[in-house]
Design a protein around this ligand. Structure first.
Ligand code: NAD
Ligand code: TDX
Length: 338
């Protein structure tokens, strides 16, 4: 299979590229990424000379470029990770979220339709379902939960999901969608909560916890997410949505305290700051469908996954230090001698 992975230089995309090259060396991977602030080729330095992997710099919203690429490469499968992904940034500048997440997705769908792609997979999020109340632990997001978004980010992701389903119903495009909970693990950009708190705690800097730290997220190890997408590509039913999550709910304060304890840092580093606008209270996935239909089971509990993630950040200081220094953006030019 020849697979186009978009956004493969980002956090989940680069883990997916690693996962697929390990699990399916018979497949070819083309990684298309615009290398925005969130794209980092240093995360793929170990695979860049693999014979079945190549990188292309480009924009999913650039129609001419995308059409030429699809014509040249003849992809069997498209997995679309490319997106603006940070909720806080969507509150400051919603426009780029609509451009990349909605319009970029539409360009990819048109190309997939035009060139007869056999499967188009959209990587979506549980945030399209809105949030759940803190005092109703019995409620979970199922695939039937209505879309009810809160932030410009989640609205743009819901918009792209609806387009994907429309291209399936109207044009018969063979699509699948996955909606997962908060990912954590190696190579996550240190603007997201876990790596932000980790890297700041290591520097003895204050940890900005929004509101009272009571909001709940349902943590999914990125490797479990990659395994789930792989299963959907191979066995998922066309036109279906699959929720992915492993029942690992924690309040933000619990997560921050776990990180501090593991690093031997004091809780006095915690600073409660003004809440995020429109802050979703609780996310919690019901993963029964993917467990039952595709036999997916998460391998990581939050306790083992977070320990391994902390160790990874401790062992890969150079990777995140380059990001904090801005050095990583020079890597592309150095590697490709531009
Ligand atoms: P990320 O921000 O780390 O990576 C996004 C990647 O997309 C970057 O490499 C960036 O350069 C690239 N990109 C951005 N705009 C582009 C464009 N116009 N053309 C080509 N490439 C472009 O994001 P992530 O956390 O890895 O998330 C990947 C996907 O998973 C996103 O679609 C996101 O909505 C979804 N998701 C993420 C999480 C999470 O917890 N991180 C949870 C649920 C769903
Ligand atoms: O400085 C912070 N302080 C804080 O209290 C940051 C950055 C976050 N938080 C809180 C907000 C959230 O309740 O931590 C929680 C997690 O925040 P993020 O890491 O920004 O993730 P979230 O907003 O939950 O969204 C993530 O999961 C779903 C991803 O960024 C999305 O791309 C994905 O769709």
């Amino acid at each position: 299979m020849k697979i186009l992975v978009t956004g493969g230089a980002g956090f989940i995309g680069c883990n997916f590229v690693h996962y697929m090259l390990e699990q399916h060396p018979e497949d070819g991977i083309v990684n298309l990424d615009l290398l925005t602030y969130a794209g980092n080729l240093e995360s793929l330095a170990d695979v860049e000379s693999a014979p079945n992997y190549s990188f292309v710099k480009g924009d999913i919203a650039d129609r001419e470029f995308i059409m030429e690429l699809f014509q040249k490469e003849n992809f069997d499968v498209v997995v679309n990770f490319a997106a603006e992904s940070h909720v806080d940034r969507s509150i400051v500048d919603p426009g780029v979220f609509v451009r990349t997440n909605v319009m970029g997705t539409q360009v990819l769908l048109d190309a997939a339709k035009e060139f007869g792609v056999k499967r188009y997979h959209q990587v979506s999020t549980d945030e399209v379902y809105g949030d759940l109340p803190l005092d109703r632990k019995d409620l979970f997001f199922t695939e039937q939960t209505p879309l009810h978004t809160s932030s410009p980010y989640s609205a743009s992701k819901a918009g792209s999901d609806l387009l994907v389903l429309a291209y399936c119903r109207t044009f018969g495009l063979p699509v699948t969608i996955s909606r997962c909970s908060n990912n954590y693990g190696p190579y996550q950009f240190p603007e997201k909560m876990i790596p932000l708190m980790l890297t700041r705690a290591l520097a003895d800097e204050s940890l900005p916890v929004y509101g009272k730290g009571e909001n709940v997220r349902d943590w999914l190890h990125v490797k479990d997410h990659c395994a789930a997408i792989d299963l959907i590509l191979r066995g998922g039913k066309v036109g279906e949505v699959y929720n992915i999550g492993g029942h690992n709910e924690r309040t933000n304060l619990e997560v921050v305290r776990t990180i501090l304890a593991a690093l031997g840092k004091p809780e006095s580093l915690i600073h409660f700051v003004a809440d995020r606008l429109g802050h979703d209270l609780r996310y919690a996935i019901d993963p029964k469908k993917i467990e039952k239909e595709l036999g997916w089971k998460p391998q990581y509990s939050f306790d083992t996954g977070i320990r391994q993630t902390i160790d990874w950040y401790l062992e890969h200081k150079e990777w995140w230090q380059h990001i904090l220094d801005g050095e990583y953006s020079n890597y592309f030019n150095r590697m490709y001698k531009l």
